[in-house]
Ligand binder design. Sequence first.
Ligand SMILES: [Zn+2]
Ligand SMILES: [Zn+2]
Length: 182
Amino acid sequence: MFLSTRELESQPLRFEFSYPVGKFVFDQPGRKEGIRQSEPVAVNGSAELESSVGDIRVRGHIKTTLETECVKCLEKAAIHVDSDFDLVYLPVGVEPDRGDKEINDKDAEVGFYEGNGLELQNVIEEFLILAVPMRPVCKEDCRGLCPVCGMNLNETECNCQPEELDPRWSGLEAIKAPILKL
Ligand SMILES: [Zn+2]
Ligand SMILES: [Zn+2]
């Protein structure tokens, strides 16, 4: 759905969509590799023109599940997204005499658009990408892989005895190591 400024000039637009699985393809080089859409993306909300210079405000609610790899055990990690969004897009090239106050007063996130409007799907895509944590995990207490044998410690106990190092000492260990080798 294209949110054109011309249409928004006359009235705000309401939207309610369900984008089927496969509509969003994040898993591309240079984008967000390893992320897949595993449920339809349900979104509803509204878009309106916020000011005479053409700020487009898009807000609503989005719900879906994405899937990626757990950084600890490399199994699947589900990312449940069920949240409100409130985004303001400013037209590129309109120099703000407006003072930033107008926007800072609100809780909205700010982006930019070019031309005569913006594509809702791109707005949603951007929001979803930002919803993926930097270090996704399959579960809060994922035990990860054994550093010695590589077994998934969520599924099995191995008999390896990795030298447990208090992580607080690991920096020190790195300093000490070359000396110990002498
Ligand atoms: Zn895991
Ligand atoms: Zn092991």
